[in-house]
Design a protein around this ligand. Structure first.
Ligand code: EPZ
Length: 423
């Protein structure tokens, strides 16, 4: 398993291009199951999760062409040859559950393995299943698989989500595009990835309104057609790299970044004393001298502070001039980066869903362990500012969500390299 070695203390200056959003691409790709015409996705990120989704779709009979060095994906589903998404593929990536709604809508039946939990939480899919049942599907859980059928096709319904769920909103939305009649989805997720999915479905001929708000209305249509759609910029990669100049006292322009994608996060950075400016090419982030100010953070569904940036923000606040509180309200176990940051000299106490971070002047480099995707990059950010050398092990977590991280950071002056180790 590879490791990443970081020697801290360099001010980062330069430009970092932001790639297409992993979490948008992971729902846009299964949308291709809704039509027998090819769906072309441009600005696709080159990540292991995307390759996993490609393998899953190919196991169902899709043709997935990866063009222009992986930046363009063409997903063609002339027919779904196999309606069973196997556990050995689904367990690698929870987003695999997003093939369920489209297969049901297209052919009226599907067998999809339950994804199982992951490091950050149990992550059930009950809201996905309840939503699809509301659209008329019959679902049976057997041997760790969801056996779904809708022999008379799906029919529109009014669905009031008991809690906001990004994935459930995506699964239900995709299924509703081919259901007979109108679907009203209340308490829908409002993430930019949902908005991007709706823009793509609309290009394919879907009748949808209200994306980005808490109520989305879908008028079912008989069929959808192929389309070409650019994947929206990755707001989590953007926020992550905004922290690189913030934590090192540098000055970096994030190409393709848009403030509306990270508004709540950018507000918090400014409260901590970081400068965020919009430029023609994206967002420019800098920190003049002086310590970072402490701030309190509570994660929430969009447009609130994203849970996927909580670990990275904790790394920044570990060096603030005072005490900050980070409350994680989305996942039940998303502080695994805290003990690793403590190994680097951070002063962090976790009680239930709240981490109290008392800033220190300087972190110290140390060997640390990545536990999940966003924790791994939080440790790299800490290493950029720490004194000495930090070695982050198990960076396969990192490669799931960050394209060429060591290239993007070293282009801005970071001393960072990948240590390839025999498997
Ligand atoms: C998506 O996961 C993202 N993944 C996650 O990003 C992100 O953290 C999360 O949304 C929240 O923004 C993808 O888009 C592929 P949820 P998802 O359904 O859809 C509970 C990353 O780092 N819940 O909004 O699985 C769930 O347990 C990943 O890129 C149910 O109880 O998230 C969680 O506590 C990590 N039942 C909360 O809702 C359900 O049926 C929010 O989950 C579904 C979810």
């Amino acid at each position: 398993m590879d490791s990443i070695l970081v020697r801290g203390g360099r001010r980062l200056e330069g430009r970092i291009p932001i790639s297409g959003a992993k979490n948008a691409c992971l729902t846009l790709m299964p949308a291709a199951l809704l039509t027998d015409e090819p769906l072309t996705l441009t600005n696709a990120p080159r990540l292991s999760d995307i390759r996993t989704m490609s393998a899953l779709l190919e196991s169902l009979g899709c043709e997935v062409a990866s063009l222009q060095d992986g930046r363009v994906l063409v997903v063609g589903t002339q027919a779904i040859a196999n309606h069973r998404a196997d556990y050995d593929l689904v367990r690698k990536m929870r987003a695999s559950i997003l093939v369920l709604g489209p297969m049901l809508a297209r052919d009226g039946h599907a067998v999809v393995s339950l994804p199982g939990g992951c490091a950050i939480g149990a992550r059930p899919v009950d809201l996905h299943l309840k939503g699809l049942e509301a659209l008329g599907a019959t679902l049976e859980l057997r041997d760790g698989y969801v056996h779904a059928s809708a022999t008379d096709g799906l029919r529109g319904a009014t669905i009031d989500m008991p809690m906001v769920s990004v994935g459930a909103t995506e699964n239900i939305l995709m299924a509703a595009t081919l259901a007979r009649g109108t679907t009203l989805l209340k308490n829908a997720a409002r993430e930019p990835e949902i908005v991007d999915l709706v823009h793509c479905l609309r290009r394919m001929g879907a009748q949808i309104a209200g994306e980005g708000s808490a109520t989305i209305e879908v008028q079912g249509v008989d069929r959808l057609r192929g389309a070409t759609h650019p994947v929206v910029a990755d707001r989590i990669e953007l926020g992550t790299y905004m922290l690189a100049p913030a934590i090192t006292g540098g000055d970096v322009e994030l190409l393709g970044g848009r403030r509306d994608l990270v508004a709540a996060f950018a507000d918090k950075l400014e409260a901590a004393g970081i400068e965020v400016r919009e430029t023609d090419a994206g967002l420019r982030v800098s920190r003049a001298n002086g310590r970072i100010r402490p701030v309190d953070v509570v994660t929430a569904p969009h447009p609130g502070f994203p849970t996927d940036l909580q670990a990275q923000m904790m790394a920044l606040l570990a060096t603030a001039d005072g005490t900050s509180h980070l409350e994680e309200r989305i996942f039940e176990n998303r502080f695994m980066h805290a003990p690793e940051l403590v190994r680097m000299g951070a002063q962090i106490e976790v009680h239930g869903g709240t981490a109290t971070v008392t800033g220190v002047e300087r972190l110290k480099g140390a060997p640390v362990m990545a536990t999940d995707l966003r924790a791994s990059v939080s440790l790299i950010l800490a290493g950029l500012a720490a004194e000495g050398e930090t070695r982050v092990a198990r960076v396969y977590h990192l490669d799931r969500g960050y394209e060429r991280v060591e290239e993007k950071l070293s282009a801005c002056g970071a001393e960072i390299e990948r240590i390839r180790e025999a498997a």
